[in-house]
Design a protein around this ligand. Structure first.
Ligand SMILES: N=CN[C@@H](CCC(=O)O)C(=O)O
Ligand SMILES: [Mn+2]
Ligand SMILES: [Mn+2]
Length: 322
């Protein structure tokens, strides 16, 4: 079910009502109702929420991620505006999963993502459990057509390559995509040995997935990751980028279904995010698995909002003269 944006969410501290250098996102955001016709726009991005944790429920996880779009948008509202002149940022509302209708909700999210992409607007999808990524994928595939090659870059502790004989969950998306789409490939950064069974490592081999382990990334140098990102992104027509917040150290991101004691440092993840969205082939991003009900002092929500803002600031598609 689609819910148009709610202006009441975009409130916060006001340092000045006239000096634009003192503005925050809530003073700049525009509302975009995706139930109305869309005009083409240049250098624009839109937050689209996916209020859903049905995939997490089916995956035996701890529910609460459906509260994340409202919480992350509220945290984004308070951040200072540093975007270049001419960039427009929209709140495009939320797709809400009702009555355990995961598959229908993913399809609806896909429709919204495709509409944004076709209007030239960069989608910043705010999940939701990681099942968000499947709806995001449907939209990218619809927008770019069947012939184009999609590269999926995931920052995650988990492969999310589980079998889905009993239906899709928050742990099955990339297997679903690779089974149905021979023009999609998958690169995962931040994989942890203790977050995946041997069967899941075997699935990654079987599907020819590329991955970098968390300890490999942490030990550096980061240029090794940058080189792999460049090589992978360059050989695809479009890159969809997905961030699973449980990839981050539990010290910084406790508010997730499956916390990671040895997760990535936030600054390392930020460097990866900047590099991935800076690639000209990257068309969209989603950020998933924040569970505000499990958060400690709002720090996971604050980190998620900061990652969304970093993506906005560094998206190559939003820069002048591209
Ligand atoms: N999206 C999360 N997927 C993980 C969850 C693991 C867990 O709950 O322990 C997975 O299925 O592997
Ligand atoms: Mn994960
Ligand atoms: Mn995941």
């Amino acid at each position: 079910m689609y819910q148009p944006p709610d202006a009441g969410r975009w409130t916060g501290r006001i340092d000045s009502v006239s000096d634009e250098r003192a503005f925050r996102l809530h003073q700049r955001i525009r509302l975009l109702d995706l139930s109305q016709p869309l005009e083409p726009v240049e250098r624009a991005a839109a937050f689209i929420g996916f209020a859903c944790d049905e995939g997490v429920r089916r995956n035996q996880g701890r529910q609460g991620a459906k509260e994340a779009p409202a919480a992350i948008k509220a945290a984004l509202a308070r951040l200072p505006w540093h975007l270049p002149e001419g960039v427009v940022v929209y709140d495009a509302g939320d797709v809400v999963c009702v009555d355990e209708q995961l598959e229908q909700s993913q399809a609806e999210l896909g429709t919204m993502v495709a509409r944004l992409l076709r209007s030239g607007i960069t989608p910043i999808v705010i999940g939701g459990g990681h099942e968000t990524a499947y709806g995001h994928y449907l939209g990218v595939r619809e927008a770019i057509g069947p012939a184009s090659m999609i590269g999926i870059i995931n920052i995650d502790a988990h492969f999310d390559l589980r079998p889905y004989d009993d239906g899709p969950t928050s742990g099955t998306m990339f297997r679903q995509i690779l089974d149905q789409d021979d023009r999609a490939s998958y690169f995962c950064l931040g994989i942890q040995r203790l977050s995946n069974t041997a069967a899941l490592f075997a699935a990654a081999e079987k599907y020819g997935c590329r991955y970098m382990m968390e300890d490999e990334l942490t030990a550096g140098p980061i240029e090794a990751a940058y080189a792999q990102i460049e090589e992978f992104a360059s050989k695809h027509d479009a890159v969809m980028f997905t961030i699973c917040m449980d990839a981050i150290s539990a010290a910084a991101a406790p508010g997730v279904s499956a916390p990671s004691p040895f997760g990535l440092a936030p600054s390392l993840a930020r460097a990866l995010i900047r590099r991935i969205v800076s690639h000209p082939n990257t068309v969209s991003v989603d950020l998933c698995e924040v569970n505000p009900l499990l958060d400690e002092g709002g720090k996971t929500v604050a980190l998620a909002a900061a990652f969304c803002m970093e993506a906005l600031l560094h998206f190559q598609r939003l820069q002048l003269g591209r």
